[in-house]
Design a protein around this ligand. Structure first.
Ligand code: DI6
Ligand code: FE
Length: 409
């Protein structure tokens, strides 16, 4: 009996080609004749099949991958997956000529999603968001970050984060929650941004943190949202609550959000279309990951590209994510997101794949747990019917996933 349960806990995927994405290996960390072994949901070996300790093969449940590629399970490190309804109507307005900022200033935009979210129950939010999560999972996602930010008061922010946690109970996937209270000004704030930031920093954030509902804190630093000074007050509250920070920075203009994020040791600064060299240098120094969000760039027809060359030059790590949200990126495909990052911004195949695995894990503070195929990490794998990794970036709207493994299962 004991031997039987032991053997069940040991699983071996052999006859595979691996893109380990390991930090210290060149490129994708390719292993041509590779195997991955996992015990109790953790990787105990990932490398050449010939170098695997013989004891691992004994009693293991063995899966012949028939030469398929194995990558780390994909990670979407920036989503607003929990939302109610959609904004296809605003899409139509923009097609008729309005800009995203004009739609927002006319009372549409984020605030219209706030109205929908407040009207929805927690269970309704979960039910509406599960199909989006399922779309990510169907393409091999094993970890997904989910932000609040459409509640904008204590009850509705908590409801959003509880709904996000529920997603992780209803599906075999790791959910990381981020409190995005400083996303937009709710109607009841009557234009007083400072008073609202006080409410977020002094009441909502501490309460959310005390209930353990958030793994990190984010904000929208922008002309149509909050100033760097206001964001700093939220970040101070996050630090006081012991939570790491991230920032929507320099998406529509350069308010030096990247530098602000770096100053607070942020896990990531995200969007970054208008970031300048000083911002890139500050991020490099702080180890803040640049999260590239080509879906939003594409969807709002932005023309200013994030400074990929500066990120490379200064050694800023780059993650790639969907930014799934109803207003600027109704995108639920990490494969298509990689294609956009390559085609629109010139990321290489290696950068794209690192961006949705290792660097996405880093952007969530999870690099010790997932994001590469290395002993000690969670056995989060994606097995693909492809001949070469470039195919994952190359196709548009085709899913070559063969199997997805989350924590060894
Ligand atoms: N930047 C974005 O692109 C999204 N949020 C943000 O801070 C847009 C969210 C929305 O329009 O609903
Ligand atoms: Fe976003």
């Amino acid at each position: 009996m004991a031997a039987e349960s032991k053997s069940r806990a040991l699983r071996l995927w052999r006859n595979a080609r691996l893109a380990t994405m390991a930090e210290n290996s060149a490129g994708l960390g390719v292993v041509e004749h590779g195997a991955v072994a996992a015990r109790d949901g953790r990787i105990v070996y990932a490398g050449p099949e010939s170098g695997m300790p013989a004891t691992l093969a004994q009693g293991a449940e063995t899966i012949d991958c028939e030469g398929r590629w194995i990558t780390p399970g994909l990670i979407d490190c920036h989503t607003h997956l929990i939302h109610a309804g959609n904004r296809a109507n605003e899409f139509e307005m923009r097609l008729a000529g309005a800009t995203y900022e004009e739609v927002a200033r006319a009372g549409g935009g984020i605030v219209s999603s706030v109205k929908s979210l407040r009207a929805a129950s927690e269970d309704d939010l979960v039910a509406q968001s599960l199909p989006r999560l399922d779309a990510l999972i169907a393409e091999g996602a094993t970890t997904v970050e989910v932000k609040s930010g459409y509640g904008l008061d204590l009850e509705n922010e908590k409801k959003s984060l509880r709904a996000a946690r529920q997603l992780g109970e209803q599906r075999p996937v790791t959910i990381r929650t981020t409190f995005l209270g400083a996303h937009a000004l709710p109607p009841e704030a009557k234009g007083d941004k400072d008073a609202f930031i006080d409410l977020v920093a002094k009441e909502i954030l501490p309460a959310v943190a005390a209930e353990g509902l958030a793994d990190a804190v984010d904000g929208f630093c922008e002309g149509i949202a909050f100033s760097p000074e206001q964001m700093a007050r939220v970040f101070d509250a996050a630090k006081a609550a012991g939570l790491p920070v991230k920032l929507h920075a320099d998406q529509l203009s350069n308010l030096h959000g990247a530098e602000l994020a770096a100053r607070y040791g942020a896990l990531s600064a995200d969007h970054l279309e208008y970031t300048d060299e000083a911002g890139a240098m500050a991020m490099a120094k702080a180890g803040t990951v640049a999260t590239i969000l080509p879906g939003a760039y594409y969807f709002i027809r932005e023309t200013k590209k994030p400074p990929i060359g500066l990120f490379r030059q200064h050694g800023v790590k780059m993650a790639v994510a969907t930014d799934n949200n109803p207003g600027t990126s109704p995108l639920t495909s990490l494969l298509l997101t990689m294609n956009m990052a390559a085609t629109l911004f010139g990321l290489t195949v290696d950068e794209c794949l690192a961006g949705v695995t290792r660097e996405a894990a880093r952007a969530l503070g999870l690099l010790g747990q997932t994001g590469t195929l290395e002993a000690g990490k969670s056995a989060d794998l994606a097995i693909w019917d492809i001949e070469r990794p470039a195919e994952l970036v190359y196709r548009m709207g085709f899913n070559p996933l063969h199997a997805r493994i989350w924590r060894g299962q």
